[in-house]
Design a protein around this ligand. Sequence first.
Ligand code: NAG
Ligand code: NAG
Length: 266
Amino acid sequence: MAVQRRGNVKTADTSSIEKKIKRGIAQRQASSYRGYAAVLVALVGTCSLLIWLWSIWTSDITQTLVSRGEVLTEPRVFMIQCSEDYLKYKHFPGCTPTKCGRAVLDTVVSTDESRTLKRLAERGLALGGSDGGASILDLHSGALSMGKKFVNIYRYYSNEIRDIFTEDDFELYRAVRGRIQRVIAETFGLDFNKLYLTKPTFFSRMNSTSAKTTHDEYWHPHIDKVTYGSFDYTSLLYLTDYGVDFGGGRFIFMDPNSNRTVEPRS
Ligand SMILES: *[C@@H]1O[C@H](CO)[C@@H](O)[C@H](O)[C@H]1NC(C)=O
Ligand SMILES: *[C@@H]1O[C@H](CO)[C@@H](O)[C@H](O)[C@H]1NC(C)=O
């Protein structure tokens, strides 16, 4: 821009005095434009440096919130702003989130309990299984993945069910479910008795077989109130270990500008 101005001045058909005056003005303008340009370049430079650093920070460096080596005996919590999604629903005091966040804890179940639950899930899932990479077993509704659809395990295997799951299995399941509920209530300042288990609640098993139906597409981000309108809190209990039982597949808390990963352990 500054260069163009000077060119205009040079080609102007005017008297010598006018030329001198104009040259003076033009030079002042040129230098102020140059100064302006330098500031702009410096600003653009700073911005692109920031953008560059930012892109490195956000894409190449994914923050590990909890690594597998860590054993958290107290919840590791980080709070976030509550989504406006909650405003579209009726407010239930003691249950509807007033503070929102994520919490990770390792000591809700013992190693033995975790193994027992895993064997329970394996026995159930062995009766069916999805053609794609994700199978589920929902002990509440009885839903079990089978090929490209679901069957009701309690109807489909009504005679065998007593041999597959024992009363002890169900008791452990109920106890663990209650403990998770308590941790959620304590972490988010809620009334334990005002929290209710909603559906779906299920065991899931995933591997790298490609998806055959949309039910196998486990990788979509989960958002309470969007994925399932009934969810106010979502809990996941891992029964396998990252780096031992599976690779890849870390758990990610996704935000617009950052991803925080958890390396799950059973
Ligand atoms: C976070 O992870 C998701 C899934 O891998 C990816 O699509 C997204 O670009 C990541 N976001 C950032 C900010 O790195
Ligand atoms: C995934 O699990 C299913 C059911 O157990 C099995 O048939 C399939 O071979 C597995 N795929 C991989 C890639 O391990």
